[in-house]
Design a binder for this molecule. Sequence first.
Ligand SMILES: NC(=O)c1ccc[n+]([C@@H]2O[C@H](COP(=O)([O-])OP(=O)(O)OC[C@H]3O[C@@H](n4cnc5c(N)ncnc54)[C@H](O)[C@@H]3O)[C@@H](O)[C@H]2O)c1
Length: 451
Amino acid sequence: MTDRYIAFANSNVGRRLVGAFGLPAPVRLERWSAGRTRPVDGALLLGGVGNLGEAVLGFSQRLTDAVYAAVEGQYGLPRWTAEHGPKLKAMVFDASGLAGFDQLIELRNFFQAALKGLDLCPHVVILGRAPESLKDPIAASVQRSLEGFSRSLGKEIRRGGNVQLLYVGKGAEDQLEGALRFFLSPKSAYVSGQVIRLSAYAGQVQDWSRPLVGKRALVTGAARGIGAAIAETLARDGAEVVLLDVPPAKDALDALAARLGGQGVALDICAPDAGEKLVEALPEGVDIVVHNAGITRDKTVAKMSEAFWSSVIDVNLKAPQVLTQALLDAGKLHDDGRVVLLASISGIAGNLGQTNYAMSKAGLIGLAQAWAPALGKKGISINAVAPGFIETQMTAAIPLTIREAGRRMNSMGQGGLPQDVAEAVAWFAQPGSGAVSGQVLRVCGQSLLGA
Ligand SMILES: NC(=O)c1ccc[n+]([C@@H]2O[C@H](COP(=O)([O-])OP(=O)(O)OC[C@H]3O[C@@H](n4cnc5c(N)ncnc54)[C@H](O)[C@@H]3O)[C@@H](O)[C@H]2O)c1
């Protein structure tokens, strides 16, 4: 479960050897640590063409106290140059005003200069308008072209940096702070090359240090791995947590629930009465439901037994649908609730030996997309998080050579940690995150698989 190569590549001797032999040199990624308050620990560079930059300017001082502009006088900010400015920890480029092909040069001009002054683990966000919301075909094409740019920049940035594209809908400007607090901070350390659409939404976070205060969250498969990290992170953010796992995992489940001041529910999510039992265990209902429990039973389809096939579909796909429906029918999923489904990049790219697993995970993405409009009427959002290679007991069981390939085949040259997935789930769980629904966020270091 530990990646010894990262420690080696970042040691004094290792750094020299890695350089001499041209080996991959993964950077030790910065993660969010408890007690931290500022999303950006260093300089933020703001630039671009459009009116979203002004919206960011309005709250930028809450992100960091060092905000600069790339152009003299822009936004009334001090000018940044690579020669005279501090190293950059974050960049926001407003591309929403780009409407003609010739204007795209602005991206090259801004980033060519900015890339000369990067700090370690810099975070980049490009802001645009969703192409489908624009009438002018050229403007729509220009906005769509931002995807190719941002994904390529994610592959070029290095130094442990990441790049995302946010399409901001009309009226969603007041949801930018929540999104940037995630995407510009180490909470999104292992997320890169992603495209997310924000829509207008009334909910707002009241206290950024504990955004989930007053919310009750259910996490399935919470006894270990990613589920345990999700429970810890939601509790850190102020939620009261209900942890669910299979009866044989009861001891580990109860110990974690006790440590987090939550409740443990020992239940097999595929049991015929699972919906009923879950509703009984949640008399006061829930605000956040995280369907994390999942299994793999890998075989090529030629050798796949019916039991392998069915068990994966039952746990990974049917149970989340059945349990969510049971909570809805019993009125136990509160209005303005949040549903997060743990998918996988296998469900996007496909993977050898995983027809059953990839199918179940693609099905979850379909569920999020199909259910979003109806649930949205109650202010409930539903999204999928698709992890790539995450260091857990699940991936520790993969044979060494395949494991090493899985770990390195992404823009960051390393596997992610359960905390990386948990931070993405915690962002989706926030009151303001109703602005995002029916979408998939990959937490995969911009994996070459399906990225
Ligand atoms: N680890 C990765 O790299 C990775 C990558 C992509 C997606 N995922 C997904 O993330 C989720 C968590 O993965 P993980 O690596 O932490 O797995 P894990 O095997 O370490 O933990 C899964 C948990 O789910 C529980 N569970 C399984 N079947 C259950 C059932 N029928 N009822 C209740 N609980 C059940 C298990 O007891 C276990 O505690 C899974 O959905 C997995 O498919 C993981």
